[in-house]
Design a protein around this ligand. Structure first.
Ligand SMILES: *[C@@H]1O[C@H](CO)[C@@H](O)[C@H](O)[C@H]1NC(C)=O
Ligand SMILES: *[C@@H]1O[C@H](CO)[C@@H](O)[C@H](O)[C@H]1NC(C)=O
Ligand SMILES: *[C@@H]1O[C@H](CO)[C@@H](O)[C@H](O)[C@H]1NC(C)=O
Ligand SMILES: *[C@@H]1O[C@H](CO)[C@@H](O)[C@H](O)[C@H]1NC(C)=O
Length: 458
């Protein structure tokens, strides 16, 4: 029932019905059967593309694979490259907390960031309010001397970026880590087998509610849940408040990282694993988070061009995700100075330029009966009402694209989104279905991907 209701929301014809379920009358109980039945606010599925931003004290050393895990790699996992880096570059007395004063954000221009996000065609942004290191990018009252107002930037990074993003009508989301590796309260609860909840009562819940009340995020990307159950985190109680009584109760979207028993099972949409890549469409709304720097979410000063996704890979990955009913959350890690590396900016702009032409096949699209084909060229299908879109990855060698699945009729019309006006010549492939399309002569595309729009096919 729950799954039926949620996937029904993907069908435009019943969206109106879907919407009526989010009216004031419905209240949610603090248990999963009630919370999971909440229809996902429709903006999220329509948005399709978001930008993920990992920024924190880890952006200062900005070293090693998964640079945002630097502190843990240094003190717990004991990774030799990180140990060596510290030995060679810092005095023995240097603590992780000492990095915070070098998190200066002196070039951080939230409007410049928001312009870059806008240029990518993304419809939402998810920003790290606090990663596992526990450093708060806003003036949290319960994170004394370990927040961006007391130390480092001396600015409210969350607040400044929220304002800039909202000004551009981009949906605003916050990443928030439930656990903090080295918070003494958390370590004490953990030592008690999570039978005490002092950390949750004094840190996690006050901060989550502060973030919601102060910055009104439309998306909460929960993380760091995996050492304890949802009952330790009081996740259902928090979500019932969020969905019933918070200022964002009607539009807020959440993910599934609310306890080690929740991933891919409970919450709003499903992230499952990082870089989750299903091969058939899941029956529940999902999102793939993916890094442009293939080796890290946080910035790495040793990043090499060969480790950075190129534009054709990004576009192909994104379209595949959308064809499977997913959203695509593409990550960048800014530098500690507050700069977004030009290579990231260039990739995001490239994505936006592609979407300016081909976005019709992406935003608010639905899953079609077939997702991918590999004929004369690799392609992915999306659909919108009775229109089918075939996004081809690469140009066919002899100007002819073969599509195996769509069934044509006399009324069928084929156009190329980058080639307005003139319909393309096509011919049916067999009695059973399929068609071949004669492509026009086109200049090269930086994304190496084009969209065929098929009207009057089934
Ligand atoms: C698709 O269908 C919905 C409802 O049936 C309608 O509101 C919408 O305008 C249609 N979209 C297009 C692009 O025709
Ligand atoms: C969820 O909570 C409501 C109200 O407390 C209760 O009626 C319902 O039985 C609960 N469901 C489950 C599965 O516990
Ligand atoms: C968690 O929820 C339970 C049940 O509602 C409540 O008794 C407890 O006080 C809550 N704990 C915290 C830390 O809010
Ligand atoms: C699609 O087919 C081409 C040539 O037939 C091949 O090179 C390519 O690897 C295939 N792609 C996939 C994803 O199977």
């Amino acid at each position: 029932m729950v799954l039926l209701l949620q996937s029904a929301c993907l069908l435009p014809a019943v969206m109106v019905i879907c919407f009526s379920f989010t009216g004031d009358a419905v209240r949610y109980d603090p248990n999963w059967s009630s919370l999971d039945a909440r229809p996902l606010p429709t903006w999220y599925d329509e948005a399709k593309i978001g930008i993920f931003v990992h920024w924190g004290v880890f952006s200062v050393p900005s070293f090693g694979e998964f640079s945002e895990w630097f502190w843990y790699h240094w003190k717990s996992e004991i990774r030799t490259d990180v140990i060596q880096f510290m030995l060679e570059n810092y005095p023995p007395s240097f603590e992780y907390a000492d990095f915070a004063s070098d998190f200066r954000a002196e070039f951080f221009d939230p409007d410049a960031w928001a312009d870059i996000f806008k240029s990518s065609g993304a419809r939402y942004v998810v920003f790290t309010s606090k990663h596992h290191e526990g450093f708060c990018n806003w003036p949290s009252k319960v994170s004394w001397n370990w927040n961006s107002m007391d130390v480092g930037p001396h600015r409210d990074l969350v607040g400044e970026l929220a304002a800039a993003v909202k000004k551009r009508s981009i949906h605003w989301g916050l990443y928030h880590s439930l656990y903090e590796w080295y918070n003494p309260l958390y370590l004490l609860d953990k030592a008690n087998g999570f039978k005490t909840q002092d950390f949750v009562a004094m840190k996690t819940l006050p901060e989550l509610m502060d973030l919601v009340l102060t910055y009104k995020p439309e998306l909460i990307w929960s993380d760091g849940d995996w050492e304890a159950d949802d009952t330790y985190w009081n996740a259902t109680q928090f979500l019932a408040w969020l969905y019933n009584d918070s200022p964002v109760k009607d539009q807020v979207v959440t993910n599934d990282r609310w306890g080690k028993n929740c991933e891919c099972k409970h919450g709003g949409y499903f992230n499952c694993n990082d870089r989750y890549t299903p091969t058939t469409p899941p029956d529940h709304k999902w999102e793939k988070c993916q890094t442009i720097d293939t080796k890290s979410w946080g910035y790495r000063r040793k990043m090499r061009l060969i480790e950075v996704m190129d534009l054709p890979s990004i576009v192909k990955d994104m379209v595949n995700v959308v064809s499977m009913g997913g959203n695509y959350l593409l990550n960048i890690g800014p530098t500690s100075t507050g700069m977004i590396a030009p290579v990231f900016e260039e990739r995001l702009k490239g994505l936006g330029d592609w979407l300016d032409i081909n976005g019709e096949a992406i935003y608010a699209s639905s899953v079609w009966k077939v997702q991918t084909e590999n004929t004369t060229v690799d392609l992915s299908y999306t659909s919108k009402n009775t229109t089918v879109y075939a996004v081809i990855f690469g140009w066919p060698s002899n100007q002819i694209v073969r599509l195996n699945t769509p069934k044509t009729s006399a009324a069928t019309k084929v156009t190329l989104l980058d080639y307005p006006g003139t319909p393309l010549k096509w011919a049916p492939l067999t009695q059973a279905g399929g068609l071949v399309v004669l492509m026009p002569t086109m200049p090269a595309s930086p994304a190496n991907a084009w969209t065929l729009k098929l009207e009057g096919v089934v």
